[in-house]
Design a protein around this ligand. Structure first.
Ligand SMILES: *[C@@H]1O[C@H](CO)[C@@H](O)[C@H](O)[C@H]1NC(C)=O
Ligand SMILES: *[C@@H]1O[C@H](CO)[C@@H](O)[C@H](O)[C@H]1NC(C)=O
Length: 248
């Protein structure tokens, strides 16, 4: 407390901050003296606290127009901006049905055979690529096309992703088992899904969450995250304020 008062006194007497900028947030005293206490508190000091990632699950099917649109206009752009605060899980199955036939699962899809092919290819891509920074661009690329077997090839070229492991998975019991797991995950949803895209945020699905995700996923993710917001979140807020002001 003594040091604190002393520093304030020094600052008052000197009338200026006597430390170089790189030291301004090195202690509370210096921050106060240099009149940047609030700024340090909002940035440097809080960045260190580890907030939990926003758990984002998307239940979808490869050829549904609303799913494709959601991935294209909401999920992928949001991922590129604030992917660092998200833990994304993609479940390509949606409104499909499955039944066992011998030692394999047979799938029936809402948009026909092509959609089942797409779901399986995407499931295999997720399995093969493993990390979200490889998965997300690949699924986004595939969802831009209506022809899964062609897009898996062109996307693998475009994004320098080896095609063989994905096709091997696709043509094997590995893929069949993985798609069955996607079915089980989808069927375990509580409440059960009624449509796709179906969003689960931090373990919760509500109509409101789904609507907000479809309207402005970036805002939803930013608002949900409890840690220091990445700059892409703040940029949105500044823009919104700007709009509100110019509307007056
Ligand atoms: C992301 O979610 C998966 C699946 O729920 C979980 O296993 C994993 O631990 C999570 N990762 C992080 C970094 O939170
Ligand atoms: C995998 O399946 C595709 C599509 O059905 C087929 O064209 C291809 O020949 C198969 N590849 C292998 C290695 O079996």
């Amino acid at each position: 407390m003594k040091t604190f008062l002393l520093l304030i006194a020094v600052a008052g007497a000197a009338g200026t901050c006597r430390f170089p900028p790189q030291l301004w947030c090195s202690s509370e005293e210096i921050a106060i003296q240099c009149k940047v206490y609030q700024q340090c508190k909002e940035s440097v000091w809080t960045v260190k606290t580890n907030a939990a990632l926003v758990e984002f699950e998307l239940y979808f099917e490869s050829l549904c127009p609303d799913c494709r649109n959601f991935i294209k206009t909401q999920l992928f752009p949001t991922y590129t901006k604030v992917g660092s605060i998200m833990n994304i899980t993609l479940v390509p199955y949606g409104n499909a049905r499955e039944k066992q036939s011998g030692d394999r699962w047979v799938f029936t899809c809402q948009h026909g055979e092509q959609e089942c092919i797409g779901n399986l290819l995407e499931t295999c891509a997720i399995h093969t690529l493993k990390s979200i920074d490889r998965i997300m661009p690949f699924i986004h690329c595939m969802e831009l096309s209506e022809y899964p077997l062609q897009s898996v090839q062109s996307c693998s070229q475009q994004l320098s992703v080896p095609l063989d492991p994905i096709m091997f998975c696709y043509n094997s019991t590995v893929g069949n088992t993985l798609e069955h797991k996607m079915a089980q995950k989808t069927e375990a949803l509580n409440p059960p899904h009624k449509y796709v895209p179906w969003v689960v945020l931090n373990g919760v699905h509500t109509e409101k969450i789904n609507d907000e995700a479809a309207r402005d996923l970036l805002k939803l993710v930013c608002d949900t995250y409890t840690g220091t917001k990445p700059s892409a979140c703040t940029a949105t807020r500044a823009q919104l304020t700007g709009c509100a002001q110019s509307d007056l």
